[in-house]
Design a protein around this ligand. Sequence first.
Ligand SMILES: [Zn+2]
Length: 186
Amino acid sequence: MSIEQALMERSGSKCELCGSEDNLAVFEVPPVEAHSDKCILACGTCRDQIEAEELDQNHWRCLNDSMWSPVPVVQVVAWRMLTRLNSEPWAQDLLDMMYLDEDLEKWARAGMPADDAVATRDSNGAVLAAGDTVTLIKDLDVKGTGFTAKRGTAVRGISLTDNPEHIEGRVNGVRIVILTKFVKKS
Ligand SMILES: [Zn+2]
């Protein structure tokens, strides 16, 4: 039986994360091994989202159900997605309820970026720390404030956030979130 057939059977031909029947395909869950125990059947939306940087938290409310899947690899993916979403209180609540045994947790963590990779880095890869000064390398429209933070603006005394791709700093007296890919350490 092919992996796809095995997964179709296991899942009842539904996305194992959100239950959708659209555009189903095998998703190999990293670290990749071509075996149905290491793959999930996932719809196009879930597959795109798993690889995307920005998560649509409304879509991932489906984890509320799929985290209870009896299939270990589905639990692993649910755990990873909830961990990525854990700045959302609902995701943190689900994560708190979730239990992975030791081996599964090891596997789940193995697919997450290593601690070193989680360091907050600027556009050149330099590690940023709280209190650093950075320079914007691009004009940034600041949502909800009606001003543009100009390229070359120095932002002093940044703070780090839970997300290594975001820092916070004050521009024009307003505290804003800035994507680290648009700054360089001064
Ligand atoms: Zn799906």
